[in-house]
Ligand binder design. Structure first.
Ligand code: MN
Length: 206
């Protein structure tokens, strides 16, 4: 998927993730914030037709190859576009409540247990100072790793493939949780779509 980038539809209603993520937050987050990143990414690329065939992930993997005039705009808005597209995809109102199969084994190998992963990812997400993301990624050697990034910086720009992201910008939780970021992070485990995380894990390894 390349330029012009399209705001993806959610696979569920804005209120589907309640009470863990409230409908108003979802609506503003998707229709205003994510739409804004998408529009600004397209605006940055508009005058650069040579870049229009590239997937957004490829632009983020090779930020240093971009013209300096649009590098920061693509880093921020391309990151925002790609990060949120993954975020909506790995949320669900139902489904498996823990990783299984190859992903489950990799989680056990990498973190000792599912609880070990949850503790590490929650700490990374809660500990990210200011706006940013906590991530479960596949690193350059194919292993699972937990990292955090600031702002909309993407793991792709660091040579990693994100398979699960937790948005810890205040716009992701403030209406319902105010300053209680750890409560939002504790609740989000109820709505993670482990089937989709497993699909992203499989794709990252192939
Ligand atoms: Mn966000």
């Amino acid at each position: 998927m390349a330029y012009p980038f399209q705001l993806p539809q959610l696979g569920y209603a804005y209120d589907a993730l309640e009470p863990h993520i409230d409908a108003r937050t979802m609506e503003i987050h998707h229709s205003k914030h994510h739409a804004g990143y998408t529009n600004k990414l397209n605006a940055a690329l508009e005058g650069h037709p040579d870049l229009h065939s590239h997937a957004a992930e490829d632009l983020l993997r090779n930020l240093g190859d971009l013209p300096e005039a649009i590098r920061t705009a693509v880093r921020n808005n391309g990151g925002g576009f790609v990060n949120h597209r993954l975020f909506w995809d790995i949320l669900t109102p139902g489904g498996a409540d823990a990783p299984a199969g190859d992903l489950g084994r990799a989680v056990d190998d990498g973190f000792g247990s599912f609880d070990g992963l949850k503790d590490k990812l929650a700490a990374a997400a809660a500990g990210q100072f200011g706006s940013g993301w906590g991530w479960l990624v596949v690193n350059s050697t194919g292993g699972l790793e937990v990292v955090a990034t600031a702002n909309q910086d993407s793991p792709y720009s660091a040579g990693m493939t994100p398979i699960l992201g937790i948005d810890v910008w205040e716009h992701a939780y403030y209406l319902h949780y105010q300053n209680r970021r750890p409560d939002y992070i504790a609740a989000i485990w109820n709505v993670i779509n482990w089937d989709r995380v497993a699909a992203h894990f499989a794709a990252a390894q192939s």
